[in-house]
Design a protein around this ligand. Structure first.
Ligand code: ATP
Length: 137
């Protein structure tokens, strides 16, 4: 068993889709280890996405990710990182497979409803960005 980290992004929370998305995640076999609703400042969004600091979309991404509340969660499942990326679909919802979370709920390449970690190492770093060890059960 291992873990991944996700965020339900501001567009999906604003649209009232957080519950439906968390339900899909649980029905796909992920156990919720930690969960919180929170609001990122632009500065904290910038820290979270520091790896993208040189990308042209960085400033817009940080503004968007701090534009409203998000849900942050640590998830547990065998093969969690890869299986979660399959469940959410391609970054660009126009290319996301039928039945994926992004196909169902994303509205654009930027406002793409959910985040999913891209490696076990990043899952641990990203989970630690939001949750202390005593919050992870
Ligand atoms: P995430 O890390 O959120 O799961 P990802 O790994 O599929 O997404 P990345 O390439 O790491 O995608 O980009 C991080 C986020 O930045 C995307 O989820 C999306 O919200 C935004 N993004 C990516 N590419 C673009 C772009 N070309 N224009 C605008 N926003 C973008």
């Amino acid at each position: 068993t291992n873990r991944t980290f996700t965020m339900v992004k501001p567009d999906a929370v604003e649209a009232g889709n957080a519950g439906a998305i968390l339900k899909m995640i649980e029905e796909a076999g992920f156990r919720i280890v930690a969960l919180k609703k929170t609001l990122l400042t632009q500065e904290r969004a910038g820290q979270f996405y520091a790896v993208h600091a040189e990308r042209p979309f960085y400033a817009s991404l940080c503004a968007y990710m701090s534009s409203g509340p998000i849900y942050a969660a640590i998830l547990e499942k065998e093969n969690a990182v890869a299986d979660f990326r399959t469940l959410i679909g391609a970054t660009n919802p126009a290319q996301a497979a039928e039945g994926t979370i992004r196909k169902l709920f994303a509205t654009s390449l930027e406002a793409n409803a959910v985040h999913g970690s891209d490696s076990d190492e990043n899952a641990a770093i990203e989970g630690g960005f939001f949750f202390s060890l005593t919050e992870q059960f």
